[in-house]
Design a protein around this ligand. Structure first.
Ligand code: UDX
Length: 447
């Protein structure tokens, strides 16, 4: 009989995983402790912007006309315990307030609530990004509290999806990592990922600590790559070089690779910044802090970029002050194709300029509601054109396709001064310059 799947936590990770499992043909029950989320998802609506996810939900959520009915949502732990053979835990692990460590309270609460309802043989699969050592501790918690005792097992199966590509990454993962302690757990995970999700994806079997570390190591490597190219951008700025050409040239070396070498205002979001900090904190607890001191530098290069963008904008406005100046900001989310503004470099730059007296107007294709909630005192406009009206400088801070398609001539008609700074190295400099703009990009020559 086909395995029945539950997914605990319905954020980016959980909602996408639940829909993908239904797409694979499994009966799926998703749980969240927030009733409003469950109510939305049960109507096939997604509480955030993620391309393709709503369509996938519509194909499977029970009660929607024409759906397979394989996907349901609940707030009941008891129902989850009775239903599932495999329980995926997908709750978030944010940064602790005021310190580097990882806040495990959602994971601990989820395991604590689930365990007493595990009355039949089942596999609990952790997907959240956690400090190494957590799986071992959570496995003991299950052994102590699950009524089915040894028939309940734990596996750790980190998730590598990117926001904006969550559906694609979940349905076609680069690799599947299975941290297991028994052949039985491995067999169940292989069955879940068999076809077509796992088709062509390497299946790497590890122990618990390695599986946990794979995720933090991967994100640390990505963060390092971005900060490396941003450090090169700083040197290019000082030496008159062009970081985009440099990235292109080194990227041709297969051992380096061309991806994640886009210099600009740096990385943000709910994962990379907090994951490298939590990794440093955990290494410290383990007495291995020296191994990761370089991550502190990666973090500080990254944070420095935001201030450098602010400095570039101030310089473009004549030098001393933002007072009395209008600044148009294109982009608020931490990256395109997402409405997520968590630790967003774009919003941070906009906020810094606002706090220094600039009159900032922000436009973002999908992030306006979240940006307004986080930073209500900034000005907001409904289009790039409206944001730019009367601007003394335009800052391009999140590389949405919509901004690459803006007509520089049209925008040039509404601004006060034709000056644009590209904080993402994504606009066509020649096009803007041909339309009479002063165009500057981070890490690139002036003209
Ligand atoms: C990341 C990892 O990529 C993913 O595997 C993991 O599961 C979660 O964390 P995500 O946070 O969705 O995914 O975004 P990602 O695409 O990695 O981008 C992170 C940040 O880096 C963004 O702010 C982006 O603008 C920035 N970035 C990315 C650069 O500044 N330059 C680049 O070349 C690439």
């Amino acid at each position: 009989m086909a395995l029945k799947i539950t997914v605990i936590g319905t954020g980016y990770l959980g909602a996408t995983h639940a829909a993908a499992m239904a797409e694979m043909g499994f009966e799926v029950l998703g749980l969240d402790i927030v009733p409003e989320k469950i109510e939305m998802l049960s109507r096939g609506r997604v509480p955030m912007y993620e391309p393709g996810l709503e369509e996938l939900l519509h194909r499977h959520v029970a009660g929607i006309e024409g759906s397979t009915g394989r996907l349901r949502f609940t707030t009941s732990w008891e129902e989850v315990g009775d239903f599932g053979d495999v329980h995926f835990v997908c709750v978030n692990t944010p940064q602790k307030h005021g310190e580097y460590g990882c806040d495990m309270s959602y994971v601990d609460a989820a395991f604590g609530a689930l365990a007493p309802h595990l009355r039949k043989p089942s596999l609990v699969v952790g997907k959240s990004t956690v400090p190494v050592g957590s799986a071992e501790r959570l496995s003991r918690l299950l052994a102590e509290r699950a009524p089915a005792g040894v028939d309940v097992e734990l596996a750790w199966n980190p998730e590598f999806l990117r926001e904006g590509f969550a559906v694609q990454d979940t349905l076609h993962p680069d690799r599947i990592v299975a941290g297991v302690e028994s052949e039985r757990a491995e067999k169940v995970l292989r069955e879940v990922y068999e076809v077509p999700i796992g088709e062509g994806s390497p299946f790497v079997v590890t122990d618990f600590p390695t599986a946990e570390l794979v995720k933090t190591a991967a994100n640390s490597f990505l963060a390092t790559k971005i900060s490396f190219i941003n450090a090169m951008a700083e040197v290019c700025e000082a030496a008159g070089g062009d970081v985009a050409k440099l990235a292109e040239a080194i990227g041709h070396d297969d051992r380096i690779g061309a991806k994640f070498l886009r210099a600009g205002i740096g990385f943000g979001g709910g994962c990379l910044p907090k994951d490298i900090r939590a990794f440093m904190a955990r290494a410290g607890e383990l007495g291995a802090d020296q191994a990761l001191t370089f991550l502190r530098e990666i973090d500080s290069i990254n944070m420095r970029r935001r201030g450098q963008m602010v400095g570039m904008a101030r310089e473009a406005l004549g030098g001393d002050t933002f007072l009395g100046k209008r600044v148009a900001v294109l982009g608020a989310t931490f990256k395109p194709d997402s409405d997520d503004v968590r630790d967003s470099p774009a919003l941070n730059v906009a906020g810094q300029i606002h706090l220094q007296g600039g009159q900032v107007t922000v436009y973002d294709p999908k992030g306006m509601d979240n940006a307004r909630r986080v930073f209500p005192t900034l000005g907001y406009a409904d289009s790039a054109l409206e944001a730019a009206r009367g601007a003394d400088v335009v800052l391009h801070l999140t590389e949405w396709r919509e901004f690459r398609e803006v007509d520089p001539k049209e925008l040039g008609e509404v601004v006060n001064a034709r000056v644009i700074l590209d904080g993402r190295n994504a606009l066509d400099a020649d096009l803007w310059r041909a339309a009479g703009w002063t165009f500057r990009a981070m890490g690139r020559p002036r003209a």
